[in-house]
Design a protein around this ligand. Structure first.
Ligand SMILES: [Zn+2]
Length: 232
């Protein structure tokens, strides 16, 4: 086995381990910190608060219209009750009733606005509640799947770790150091030779370099990108 082949296989295993690790972290995060569920709960809280506020506003508006109606009825019973005869007082009463009625119209408009607004807040609250319910029923099966995947990934990582150990034991410590250093700089430490060129950067490689890449003892590096060269 060429020295580069060992490193090339090591890189394949490391990539698979990286992928498994990334997925595992994502699962962990999803399970620990369910942002979507929190957002859905918050939305129900927020829309619920707005809706209850609007219900209070509507009740207040209704009460004001009722009070105004009572004032108008009282003034009208004075006007038509027959106790007031003085024309000036009668005129005053009529003016007062007209003013009370004008304000009643304003109050009724406010009540109508609140009734329209409450339809909107009610719909928003219902939508938020439906979204939360849907999310909660999906969550049940999703969580089970994630936990299963988590276990399977842990198993995969264990197997890859053993595979890595076996490969590393066949690689010289000098080559391994070189590999680790390159891999910290870029994800690709070992580049395949294809069409007499480095597959990572495209540099054309001379025959001597390609020969060293097949050597069982030495590794050769691309003169341009410095990656370890591997000849398939
Ligand atoms: Zn290169």
């Amino acid at each position: 086995m060429s020295a580069a082949l060992g490193l090339f296989r090591l890189q394949q295993v490391d990539r698979q381990m990286d992928q498994a690790q990334v997925r595992l972290s994502a699962i962990q995060k999803t399970l620990e910190n369910d942002a979507e569920l929190r957002a859905a709960l918050e939305q129900v809280g927020k829309t619920g608060e707005t809706h209850r506020q609007m219900e209070r506003t509507l009740r207040e508006a209704e009460a004001l219209v009722k009070t105004q109606q009572v004032k108008i009825e009282q003034a009208e019973s004075s006007l038509y009750g027959g106790q007031v005869h003085n024309p000036k007082e009668l005129q005053d009463l009529q003016n007062e009733i007209a003013a009370l009625k004008r304000f009643r119209s304003t109050l009724e408009e406010r009540q109508l606005d609140a009734m329209l607004e409450i339809e909107t807040t009610q719909a928003a609250l219902q939508a938020a509640e439906a979204a939360l319910q849907g999310l909660q029923s999906r969550r049940g099966s999703e969580q089970i799947q994630l936990i299963e995947e988590q276990a399977s990934l842990a198993h995969t990582l264990e197997r890859l770790g053993a595979e890595r150990q076996a490969i590393v034991s066949d690689v010289t410590s000098l080559a391994l150091e070189s590999y680790e250093r390159l891999r910290q700089k870029s994800r690709v430490a070992v580049a395949e030779i294809s069409d007499n060129s480095c597959s990572a950067c495209g540099t054309t490689l001379n025959a001597a370099l390609q020969q060293t890449a097949r050597s069982t003892l030495q590794v050769s590096h691309c003169p341009t990108c410095n990656r370890i060269l591997y000849a398939a």
